[in-house]
Write a protein that binds this ligand. Structure first.
Ligand code: ATR
Length: 307
C-alpha cells in the first residue's frame, strides 16, 4: 500500500503538536501526520520541547496562532489541568490532560472546534482539555488481546501513574477481581482503597493470586532497559497461570517478559496499542472523523521499530 500523500504546505495549513520535555523520542508526529494525510486535511503535526515552567506561554502561543489542538506528554499532563479554559469529563475523571482542543465562539455564542472557522475567524478562542489515555488502555486490551474485561480476574503489576489509571479503568469495566502488586506496597494499598471506594463491586486484593488469571498486565517501567529484572516474581506467580499478558512497555517490541509469557503459552501484546489509540482518539476529537487506524498503526510501527 502506498503512503498517504500530505497536502502541500500553504498559508491555510493548520497545526497540531505534542508538547513534552523531553520530546525528541516521540512517535506521535509520524503517527499523526500519517493519519492527517489519510484524512486529506491541510494540517501538520509537530513536536515542541517545552519546559514545564514555559507550558503556560506555550499554550497561549498555540491558542493565539489558532492551532487545531495539542497533545501533552511528560511532564505536562497534570500541570495543564489548571491552564486550560475548560475540562472535558474525561480530564476531570482522570485528573490529567493529554489532549487539548482549541474552540472558537461563533456569532450565536456557541463554542465550536476551530475547523468550523475556515473563512471567518472566531470572536474568541478557548482551550478544552481531554484525557484519551485511560480509554486507550481498554481499547488496546480488547482489540490487541481480544479480552472480555467484564467478570475477568486480572493481575496488575505496578501502581505508579499508569498503573493507577489502568487499575481504576479496569474496575470501571467491571472486572471481577483485581490483584495489585507494586514494589512500594503502600502505593498499591492506596489504589486498592480508591477502587473499594469508587467500585465496591470489584474484589481487590494486594499480592499475587493463587490459581489462574485471565490477564496479567505490566504497568511498571521494568523492561525498558535490557538489564531490568522481570517485573513478576517467579516464586510467587508462574506466567503459566495467566491466559494473556499485556506489557505496557513497547520499546523493545518484545520485552523479556513478553518472551517469557509467550513461552508459557500466554496470548501477548505490547503497549504500542495504547499509544495508537490515545492518538487516534485525539485525532477524532480534532477532526470529527473516524481515525484511519491501520495507517496510523503502520506509521507508528515504522517509526518505533523501523519496519
Ligand atoms: P508511569 O507514569 O510510567 O506509571 P511511574 O509513576 O514512575 O511511571 O511508575 C513506575 C512504576 O514502575 C511504579 O510502579 C514503580 O514502582 P514504585 O511505585 O515502587 O516506584 C515501578 N518500578 C520502577 N522501577 C522499578 C524497579 N526497579 N523494580 C520494581 N518496580 C519498579
Amino acid at each position: 500500500m502506498s503512503e498517504p500523500f500530505p497536502k502541500p504546505l500553504d498559508a491555510r495549513t493548520r497545526y497540531c503538536a505534542v508538547l513534552g520535555f523531553p520530546v525528541k523520542h516521540s512517535a506521535s508526529p509520524a503517527m499523526q501526520n500519517a493519519g492527517i494525510a489519510e484524512l486529506g486535511l491541510n494540517w501538520r503535526y509537530l513536536a515542541f520541547e517545552v519546559r514545564p515552567e514555559e507550558l503556560r506561554p506555550a499554550l497561549i502561543g498555540a491558542q493565539t496562532m489558532q492551532f487545531i489542538g495539542l497533545n501533552l506528554t511528560v511532564p505536562h499532563k497534570l500541570l495543564a489541568l489548571d491552564m486550560v479554559d475548560t475540562l472535558d469529563e474525561s480530564a476531570k475523571l482522570w485528573s490529567a490532560v493529554n489532549t487539548i482542543q482549541f474552540e472558537g465562539r461563533d456569532r450565536g455564542r456557541s463554542w465550536l472546534p476551530l475547523t468550523h472557522f475556515e473563512d471567518a475567524p472566531p470572536e474568541k478562542i478557548r482551550s478544552r482539555g481531554y484525557n484519551t489515555d485511560a480509554e486507550a488502555i481498554v481499547r488496546s486490551l480488547r482489540e490487541d488481546l481480544r479480552i472480555e474485561l467484564r467478570g475477568a480476574r486480572v493481575l496488575l503489576l505496578g501502581a505508579g501513574g499508569a498503573g493507577r489509571v489502568a487499575a481504576l479503568k479496569l474496575a470501571s469495566q467491571e472486572v471481577a477481581e483485581l490483584f495489585l502488586v507494586n514494589r512500594t506496597s503502600s502505593k498499591a494499598a492506596t489504589v486498592a482503597a480508591e477502587i473499594r471506594r469508587r467500585h465496591p463491586a470489584v474484589k481487590v486484593q494486594l499480592g499475587y493470586p493463587r490459581g489462574e488469571v485471565d490477564l496479567a498486565i505490566n504497568a511498571t517501567s521494568l523492561g525498558l532497559s535490557p538489564s531490568d529484572p522481570l517485573p513478576v516474581e517467579d516464586k510467587q506467580f508462574s506466567l503459566r497461570q495467566a491466559l494473556a499478558l499485556y506489557d505496557m512497555v513497547y520499546r523493545p517490541a518484545e520485552t523479556p517478559l513478553l518472551r517469557a509469557a509467550k513461552a508459557a503459552g500466554c496470548r501477548t501484546a505490547n503497549g504500542l496499542g495504547m499509544l495508537l489509540y490515545q492518538g487516534a482518539k485525539a485525532l477524532e476529537i480534532w477532526s470529527g472523523k473516524p481515525a484511519p487506524i491501520a495507517v496510523m498503526r503502520r506509521a507508528l510501527e515504522q517509526n518505533v521499530y523501523g519496519s
